[in-house]
Design a protein. Sequence first.
Length: 163
Amino acid sequence: MKLLNAFSLNVRIILLFSVIFFLTSCGGNDNGQKKENIKQKLPFKVDAPWGANYETREYNEVTSYIISKDDEYAVEVIATPAGSEDIATIKNEQLNTVTESPYFSRLILNEPNGFIFEMVVDSSKHYDFRLVKLRDNTQYVFQTELTRVFSEWEARSMYESVK
């Protein structure tokens, strides 16, 4: 009988630790919650890689949404009050700002609401994009997260993921 009680106690302890492990491994990650919050605030679909991190930063009338995954994917969406209700006007303002930079090298793709471009910094090529969307008097400018460096293929992939 003592052997049965000891066995039963061991089984209960193992079961308890299994349940605790299961609950902490399933509930400890809040990426799903961050993703849901951004989905509620950002009115556009973004085809980010599985397991991407989501972050929101707010500065007065500017909201920045950063969606990233390791070194392979980092899109920043900057939401501000719309300066115009014409996407072409906003896109051209973005294009003018980019082409006036001393690091601007060439335009790779130019579409009605976005573009991909190359920059050369210290003889190293960097690729970025801008994509403009409007919703409810707010303009959303999609771009690569500025602290990272991407290849042309990576910039194109991110551009396509937010179109």
